[in-house]
Design a protein around this ligand. Structure first.
Ligand code: BDP
Length: 570
């Protein structure tokens, strides 16, 4: 799926701004004449979660209605017009000028509709019904009644239009998709580029690759819908976290001597593979330092805010992180672009968290997970920063989970033969998918949920368990979550649970365990920042305080400790 671009042949406008909004608490709709616009609305900011924008009704999860009017900003001759939603949580129904144009399920991946035949030149009315109500038929599912809202996962189920809505136009005969796979031999980089186009006769493709003194050109006649071209870059500058070198790849379609479409893409040349108990980037072992995270901020909730993305990357650089996992759902496309540019390694996870596999929902869960993995790989396949796909976070124990994840693993492998695939295991669950996954991710909270307050005892349990897992599977292990809650400004000597001292000691000792195991290839602290979650007796103020930064991004003691450990700096 190509992100919309602006050039001579392509254009987009961003519909972000203030839209009309209405809750629909009884699910009765928004009046008889809503197809020509509903009344009694209030303004709302898009993109952003709706939950924290108003004085009341924070926990209302839907349904709710959005509408906006717009004029067609271009003439549509020989062009397709599409409307694209970056992310809407959870179910969306979309109408244009009173006509249903489509529905999408799932909260964190883009979807779009071709509206070429429906858009009019003057007053277009776009209406979106969003339903974020929790259900065990959804992925992620509802769950624990002792949580409010009753999620089966530990983050607030923010709802609404979370990422930009773009109206965009592409040539009818334009490029539909591009896939770039890179490989390396000595100092030469190879780019296998597949370009998908509609059926075109007497047309050719011209590719150019520029950067670091290289200028390559390649021209070929289009003979198939998916045309393959290999570019060879001598003395290539490879992509890695220290030098995130990106080349500019541009692709033109030429017909009857004139260019009819143009798309440009940043590409990084790198390889990623698992050999033995190591993860190799460009043939060299890498060790991941970083975090599990959330897209979460006061007021905007899970909404896309560019300044927060910049701040989070800046804090991760400051602390010496080289990587993160998109726990527990895919992050914005802009986040991924910046990971390429700033040199972060990303474990890219689908929104499959809290899976239960209960008999009545398992088929639906698998269908949705298949949909998500396809949507994710289609969206993120060209990012050099993405080093691994994660099939799920902490699925529950089940006899069926092995089969379930084998099907999902095969699907992911089919869609992308180049990247390792992992699954993130919960403490106390014997993970069947570890048999076939390439890297084992484990979340462990000994010293917190078990052995509370006893860090040394916890570390012994952790150490023994890791050795046992390695013995059994002989695959690299990432400690993908570990951490302790700390209330900012709460101190204790001797260190006690919820104090900043305890959190810092917990993290330091866990890291020491990891560093003594050659098969451990990464440590991801849970979490970069404190974040909002459902209310419950273990979550004071509906917050998870395991962040090493506060929700408003101030460092706790653990942040300074990590900077020392990861960067050698005070
Ligand atoms: C893990 C989950 C994560 C939670 C964390 C915690 O993967 O979503 O927030 O524990 O309890 O089980 O803080």
């Amino acid at each position: 799926m190509l992100y919309p671009q602006r050039n001579k042949f392509r254009h987009y406008i961003d519909l972000s701004g203030f839209w009309d909004f209405r809750f629909d608490p009884d699910d009765k709709g928004v009046g008889e004449n809503w197809r020509s616009g509903f009344n009694n609305s209030c303004p709302i900011a898009v993109p952003a979660s709706w939950n924290d924008q108003f004085a009341d009704d924070r926990d209302f999860l839907g349904p709710a209605w959005y509408q906006i009017k717009f004029k067609k900003p271009w003439d549509g001759e020989n062009r397709k017009t599409l409307i694209r939603f970056g992310s809407v949580n959870y179910l969306s129904d979309v109408w244009l000028n009173g006509e249903l144009i489509g529905r999408h399920e799932g909260g964190h991946l883009p979807f779009e509709f071709d509206i070429s035949n429906k858009i009019v030149s003057e007053d277009n009315l776009l209406v979106v019904r969003v339903d974020g109500r929790l259900s065990n038929l959804h992925v992620p599912p509802s769950g624990r009644p002792m949580n409010n809202p009753p999620t089966n996962f530990d983050f607030y189920p923010f709802c609404g239009i979370h990422r930009p809505v773009l109206l965009y136009v592409i040539p009818n005969e334009g490029i539909r998709d591009i896939t770039v796979i890179t490989s390396i031999e000595d100092t030469t980089g190879f780019l296998d580029v597949s370009i998908e186009t509609p059926n075109l006769s007497k047309a050719s493709l011209s590719l150019s690759l520029k950067g670091y003194g290289t200028e390559l050109m390649n021209t070929s006649n289009i003979e198939e819908n998916v045309q393959k071209v290999t570019l060879e870059v001598k003395n290539a500058k490879f992509w890695n976290p220290e030098s995130p070198n990106l080349y500019d790849l541009t692709i033109n379609i030429v017909k009857e001597d004139s260019i009819i479409d143009y798309y440009s893409l940043k590409v990084g040349i790198r390889t990623i593979e698992v050999i033995g108990d190591k993860l190799l980037l460009n043939g060299d072992p890498i060790y991941l330092t970083g975090f599990g995270r959330h897209e979460d901020f006061p007021i905007t909730g899970r909404g896309y805010v560019p300044a927060i993305i910049i701040k989070d990357y800046s804090l991760m650089k400051w602390i010496g992180a080289n990587s993160f996992r998109t726990s527990h759902y895919p992050y914005s496309e802009q986040m991924m672009d910046l990971a390429d540019r700033l040199g972060f390694l990303v474990i890219d996870e689908i929104p499959a968290v809290g899976l239960t596999f209960s008999k009545d929902v398992i088929d639906r869960q698998l269908d949705l997970c298949n949909q998500y993995i396809e949507e994710l790989i289609t969206r993120d396949k060209n990012h050099p920063s993405v080093i691994m796909w994660s099939l799920a976070n902490e699925p529950h124990n089940s006899l069926k989970s092995g089969e379930f994840f084998k099907a999902l693993y095969d699907k992911a492998r089919n869609l992308d033969s180049t990247r390792p695939i992992t699954i993130v295991n919960m403490m106390g669950v014997k993970e069947k998918a570890f048999k076939f996954c390439d890297v084992l991710c484990i979340n462990r909270y000994y010293g917190w949920y078990l052995q509370p307050g006893s860090i040394d005892e916890a570390c012994e349990v952790l150490s023994k368990e890791m050795d046992k897992l390695y013995e059994q599977h002989r695959k690299p292990i990432i400690l993908s979550e570990f951490g302790a809650g700390s209330i900012p400004g709460w101190h204790a000597q001797p260190p006690e649970m919820f104090s900043e001292e305890f959190q810092a000691e917990f993290i330091e000792k866990y890291i020491d365990v990891c560093r003594n195991k050659p098969y451990v290839i990464g440590e991801h602290v849970w979490n970069l920042c404190d974040f909002k979650t459902s209310q419950g007796i273990t979550r004071m103020g509906g917050m998870n305080y395991k962040g090493v930064f506060t929700r408003d991004r101030r460092p706790k003691m653990a942040a300074h400790l990590l900077r020392k450990l990861w960067k050698g700096k005070n």
